[in-house]
Design a protein around this ligand. Structure first.
Ligand SMILES: Cc1cc2nc3c(=O)[nH]c(=O)nc-3n(C[C@H](O)[C@H](O)[C@H](O)COP(=O)(O)OP(=O)(O)OC[C@H]3O[C@@H](n4cnc5c(N)ncnc54)[C@H](O)[C@@H]3O)c2cc1C
Ligand code: SF4
Length: 479
């Protein structure tokens, strides 16, 4: 245990965000550095619980109390080994995870939880700076080949585990760069892409072959891959966006979040995109439909592009400020959160349903909406329009961030004939194998839209399933 009285002595402290008027003029990450001494004080708050609920809260089963103790004792090298034992990419989760581990931390029952996520981030950054994160090529080769389709966190975790187990791994990605949503969904102000590139270089040195610009199911028939490789892993994500089905949807000026966000990431990466093709919020009145994280990413991007006004509308009610009784500890609660983007500007409004869009000369000018309420009818929450609450709002750019409906159909999945679940995701057994022998799946493609931490956990589980399938036994961990 780090310091037996640490949780009594020290309050929780997290890194500060850079001043708003500074950070909205750049695309760099929003957080300031967190001094090591402060971090060690935070690690000292861990109680090393007999039953550490933080483990159970983390989909990766991260061994959190161990690293808190090691950080407190200045044993950074041991700390990174313990962290890497369960998580291939702590630099992604340390920056981007909503930290279900912290929601489950025992200290959180009647105090502020341990800053687990920050400790994780500092361990991995310390390790990179110390030169301890090096390629770990396999000591022997199995001669088996695996194709992974999709290069998001699920595909990457699966690839790294399999390459280290000695298999020849090729990752196919339809985009021009590797990384999935880490590359083109998540804005740079949440994670600068140099952190992704650094990890990809390590993986290449471990023997992973990346093949960007290949859309499996279109450029190559998936059945050919099945013949060419000993196993496949489908990690194509849940990229089909939920659409807005109202009159006027076809007007110019209405885009999905994932049409909008990647363009800015591409420009930041140095790509030339002509102004007439670039979707920009500059000087525009912007409305974002969807009150979740994707909506917040659109907000932060629009503000940096110089939007005149940004409104974010959500159809559901505003979440409560504190943990509601029906979501008790250690569950991850749905509460009102203020992300860095919300701190920077824009206005959020709730219980708003868009009814139609109108425009002039084919261009969007106005969003028409009505306020709704949710009432209990026979134990079910039912949405009702509030009579007389109709209103209109001028808008130049409407961004749809209303969630995703599962993996895209019409190519890869049909060619392989994999069975789908009722929700339209790819079905998998407990070893992550689909209904087609030798074809495995991981991440959002099988879970539906989820989190990076789950994608990594799934990728690791699929790698274990594949190794077992190819070799008849496996030493790869369960998670
Ligand atoms: C805007 C946005 C922001 C987010 N922010 C966060 C966050 O802050 N924290 C968090 O935990 N989660 C976040 N998420 C969710 C998280 O990014 C996903 O849960 C995670 O990336 C899923 O990983 P994946 O590997 O399953 O799929 P993805 O990351 O979606 O990667 C799948 C890849 O497969 C490729 N692909 C698909 N089909 C084919 C094919 N036929 N051939 C070749 N390639 C193919 C796609 O191009 C894509 O690159 C966010 C999601 C979005 C949309
Ligand atoms: S639940 Fe919280 S206090 Fe307990 S071991 Fe985990 S991080 Fe430490």
């Amino acid at each position: 245990m780090a310091k037996p009285t640490g949780f009594l002595e020290y309050p929780r402290e997290t890194p500060k965000r850079r001043p708003v008027d500074q950070r909205v003029h750049d695309w760099l990450e929003v957080y300031e550095e967190f001094p090591i001494e402060k971090l060690q004080t935070q690690a000292a708050r861990c109680m090393d619980c007999g039953i550490p609920f933080c483990h159970q809260g983390c989909p990766l089963g991260n061994i959190i109390p161990d690293w808190n103790d090691l950080v407190y004792r200045n044993r950074w090298r041991d700390a990174i080994e313990r962290l890497h034992a369960t998580n291939n990419f702590p630099e992604f989760t340390g920056r981007l995870c909503p930290a279900p581990c912290e929601a489950a931390c025992v200290l959180g029952i009647n105090a502020d939880p341990v800053t687990i996520k920050q400790v994780e981030l500092e361990i991995i950054e310390y390790a990179w700076q110390a030169g301890w994160v090096r390629p770990q090529p396999a000591s022997h080769r199995t001669g088996k080949t695996v194709a992974i389709i999709g290069s998001g966190p699920a595909g990457l975790a699966c690839a790294q585990q399999l390459a280290r187990a000695g298999h020849e791994v090729t990752v196919f990605e339809r985009d021009d760069r590797i990384g999935g949503l880490l590359r083109y969904g998540i804005p740079d102000f949440k994670m600068e892409k140099r952190f992704l590139d650094r990890r990809l270089a390590q993986m290449e040195a471990e023997g992973v072959v990346f093949r960007p610009g290949v859309n499996v199911g279109k450029d190559i028939d998936a059945r050919e891959l099945l013949e060419e490789f000993d196993a496949l892993c489908l990690a194509g994500g849940a990229t089909q966006p939920r659409d807005l089905q109202v009159p006027g949807r076809e007007l110019e000026g209405v885009y999905f979040a994932m049409q909008y966000l990647p363009m800015q990431n591409r420009r930041n990466a140095g790509d030339e995109i002509p102004d007439e093709e670039f979707i920009s919020a500059k000087d525009k009145r912007v409305i974002i439909l969807g009150g979740g994280d994707t909506g917040a990413d659109c907000l932060g991007t629009a503000l940096r592009q110089g939007a005149r006004q940004v409104l974010q509308y959500e159809i559901l009610p505003r979440p409560p400020a504190t943990r509601p009784p029906e979501q008790p500890w250690p569950l991850y609660p749905n509460i009102y959160r203020v992300s860095s983007a919300h701190e920077e500007g824009g206005e959020r409004d709730y219980c708003i349903m868009t009814t139609r869009l109108s425009g002039e000369n084919g261009r969007l000018t106005t969003l028409h909406a009505v306020r709704v309420e949710f009432v209990n009818e026979d134990g079910r929450q039912v949405m009702r329009e509030i009579p007389g609450s109709e209103f209109s709002e001028p808008v130049d750019l409407l961004l749809l961030a209303m969630g995703f409906l599962g993996p895209e159909k019409g190519g890869l999945l049909e060619q392989l004939g994999v069975q789908l679940t009722e929700r339209g995701n790819v079905w998998a057994d407990e070893n992550k194998m689909t209904s087609v022998p030798g074809v495995f799946t991981a991440g959002d493609m099988t879970r539906g839209q989820s989190l990076i931490v789950w994608a990594i956990a799934e990728g690791r589980a699929a790698a274990r399933g594949i190794d077992q399938y190819l070799m008849g036994e496996t030493l790869l961990p369960i998670n």
